[in-house]
Design a protein around this ligand. Structure first.
Ligand SMILES: O=c1ccn([C@@H]2O[C@H](COP(=O)(O)O)[C@@H](O)[C@H]2O)c(=O)[nH]1
Length: 231
């Protein structure tokens, strides 16, 4: 999944042209969505892209239900909410999806964010105030998301093995925090290389700056794919 983190549609369009023909999901996050809006997302779908709309909803259940309903009508393949919103909020997201299906939309995967991959052990304990290891918090959220009926979670690849053991192999793992060897880590904390991530069994990797910030995004993505094929 390539993260289209751009301030406007033009930047994303340039990347789409550069990556043309390479099969991958396109992830639209807050920066691009707030600038280019639902029309950009619908246009991606009309052009045949698989789309992950990464808006990480976290609000009262009724509001998330409405948001999920609107997102489902855009025809995206995957969208997400924060597991920290609780079980009722995640169930409300699914109700929003169901209501859109009766209006003819297709069913997206609904995924819960566990702990952001930028969150370190120290930040979790000392700033956010959650005690215990990161993996324990991630698993608590993953189990809650599964009980609520969601399709999977966003987590670090470092937690994939434990999530699959706790929630089953069919429970999807979408993992940002991917950094090819030698790449700038930036604000990420819990990282793995693409080869390590595929070895632990991640279902989808989310990769942004190692591709978008490369002199040739196409060559960067092709090099990542080559790394994966060698595993
Ligand atoms: O826990 C999370 C959830 C979402 N993200 C998003 O993934 C990409 C990662 O981009 P990089 O440039 O490869 O760091 C970005 O859009 C985040 O919003 C995440 O990193 N961690």
């Amino acid at each position: 999944m390539v993260a289209l983190d751009y301030p406007e549609a033009a930047g994303a369009e340039k990347l789409l042209r550069e990556l043309e023909g390479i099969p991958c999901f396109m992830k639209v996050g807050m920066q691009l969505y707030y600038a280019a809006g639902p029309a950009f997302v619908s246009a991606l779908k009309e052009r045949g892209y698989s789309v992950f709309l990464d808006l990480k909803m976290h609000d009262i259940p009724n509001t998330v239900k409405g948001g999920s309903n609107s997102i489902t009508k855009l025809g995206v393949d995957v969208f997400n909410v924060h597991a920290a919103g609780g079980r009722a909020m995640m169930e409300a997201a699914l109700e929003g999806v169901e209501a859109a299906l009766t209006a003819g939309a297709k069913r997206p995967s609904v995924i819960a964010v566990t702990q952001l991959t930028s969150t370190s052990q120290a930040v979790l304990n000392d700033e956010i105030g959650i005690v215990g290891p990161v993996e324990e918090a991630v698993l608590r959220y993953a189990r809650l998301a599964r009980e609520a009926g969601l399709n999977g979670v966003v987590a670090s690849p470092q937690e994939v093995v434990a999530i699959k053991a706790a929630c089953g192999n069919d429970f999807q793992t979408i993992t940002p925090g991917i950094r090819p060897a030698g790449a700038d880590i930036g604000d990420q904390s819990r990282i793995m290389t693409p080869a390590q991530a595929i070895t632990v069994g991640t279902d989808y990797m989310v990769i942004g700056r190692p591709i978008t910030g490369a002199p040739s995004p196409r060559e960067a993505l092709e090099s990542i794919i080559k790394e994966l094929m060698a595993v």
